[in-house]
Design a protein around this ligand. Structure first.
Ligand code: CTP
Length: 412
């Protein structure tokens, strides 16, 4: 997504400036062309050579160098940039930006560029909370800048409070999202479900499955980076919440059905990636079940659990009445998944027809390189016209890209 994108990373003089080194390195590895502009104070913390080494490009800092080239260059940089990200943004630079002061290379480029502006403030909590900084941030926000809020944590002063630069994954997420704002899913609302549901047996135990949520989170991230507004309805998973995505956490299939029902009213696409439990215990116990109090616990210690069918969310959506009501708002593209251990193609074709899907993604979860918990996936894509595509083993993020490519064609 960031391949060949022209990005400027502005670095101000704060202790968090060392974290910008890793950020620039990650952006460079993602294929972006990163021009770093440092303020004088940033150079008190880090040498320009460090950034030049990780960006593999020259680093800019002196607007006033005698040849006059920098003065010309700041216009060229400003015009070419697809994003200006200031990481970290100090209170001093925020104040200058809010008031149009352009007294160094960074603030001059910020004033000259039409590229989107991303600000990641990081400073001592007192400076961040000060009314002057807050007013400056609101001015900048109103003018269209995106602000990645600082986190609460240990600050360089030893205090604990708000002011820490967010984790690299958050900064990368924010940059990817802004750069992709005008992508081929711009203006689209998509709903992705991910993870497995947990059906309670008692307050301590549940019936669940092995879904890690990785494929669904990859789908949500890729859609975000192509400009979509993404609602991610997720069962319990151990994954970081992607930046800029509306997250709705659920536990059970019934909760997931309700969440999907409200999320799709104004959506263009539903991707049901979640491994929804097909059955749930009929009557979950309100207290922990003790092993010697269980029904049917005979001499062998058997324990019977009575299950009932959960609603099939996708099958319900295929219902004609529902289609009628949804069509009035917008046509909803429905994408389903089929996790199989055998006869993948036969089962997938049957599901495609039964659930009347626009696209079905089938995988063989018995393979080592595919399915639960892996970072790669090997899938077949089934289209409504009967076509089938057999994709090679790919990282889940690339599988997500392939799926959105097909959805974009369906949307157009
Ligand atoms: N699905 C759903 N609601 C359910 C079960 C599944 O919406 N209660 C969705 C899944 O999110 C997936 C698709 O239906 O997109 C296929 O799910 P899968 O469990 O593989 O298929 P089932 O129809 O449940 O069939 P089976 O369990 O017999 O394989």
């Amino acid at each position: 997504m960031l391949l060949n994108k022209r990005l400027i990373v502005g670095v101000c003089g704060g202790i968090a400036s060392y974290k910008a080194i890793e950020l620039v390195s990650r952006l460079q590895q993602a294929g972006a062309l990163v021009d770093v502009i440092m303020t004088d104070h940033a150079q008190e913390f880090i040498r320009p050579l460090t950034f030049a080494t990780v960006s593999q490009r020259p680093v800019y800092h002196n607007l006033w160098e005698p040849s006059g080239q920098a003065a010309e260059l700041h216009i060229a940089l400003a015009e070419q940039a697809e994003l200006l990200a200031i990481v970290p943004a100090t209170a001093n630079t925020l104040a200058k930006l809010a008031h149009g002061i352009a007294d160094n290379m960074l603030t001059a480029v910020a004033l000259a560029t039409k590229a989107p502006l991303l600000l990641a403030p990081a400073m001592y909590k007192g400076m961040y909370e000060h009314a002057a900084t807050q007013v400056n941030l609101s001015i900048l926000r109103e003018r269209g800048a995106s602000i990645v809020e600082p986190e609460v944590g240990h600050l360089a002063s030893g205090a604990i409070g708000v002011g820490r630069l967010p984790e690299l994954s958050v900064l990368m997420g924010a940059i990817s999202m802004i750069v992709g704002r005008k992508g081929d899913l711009a203006g689209r609302r998509v709903v992705v479900t991910a993870g497995g549901t947990q059906e309670p047996i008692d307050p301590v135990r549940y019936v669940g499955n092995r879904s890690s949520g990785k494929m669904g989170y990859a789908l949500a991230t890729v859609a975000r980076d192509r400009g979509a507004h993404v609602t991610l309805i997720s069962g319990p998973v151990a994954l970081e919440v992607p930046y800029g995505i509306e997250l709705c956490k659920v536990e059970t299939a019934i909760q997931m059905r309700d969440a999907v029902g409200s999320a799709i009213t104004d959506a263009d696409v539903l991707v049901m990636n979640a491994a929804v439990a097909d059955f749930r215990p009929i009557a979950p116990a309100s207290r922990k079940i003790k092993k010697n109090e269980t029904r049917g616990s005979g001499e062998q210690g058997e324990f019977s659990l009575y299950l009932t069918r959960n609603p099939d969310i996708l099958a319900e959506l295929a219902n004609a009445d529902y289609e009628g009501s949804v069509k009035r708002l917008r046509r909803l593209i429905r994408v389903g998944f089929a996790a199989e251990t055998h006869d993948v193609i036969t089962h997938a074709q049957a599901k495609m027809a039964a659930k009347r899907l626009d696209l079905l993604v089938a995988n063989d979860v018995s393979r080592l390189d595919s399915g639960f918990g892996t970072d790669t996936n090997k899938v077949y894509l089934f289209h409504a016209n009967g076509d089938m595509e057999d994709l090679p083993v790919m990282p889940k993020i690339d599988v997500a890209t392939a799926i959105w490519d097909r959805v974009v064609s369906l949307l157009s």
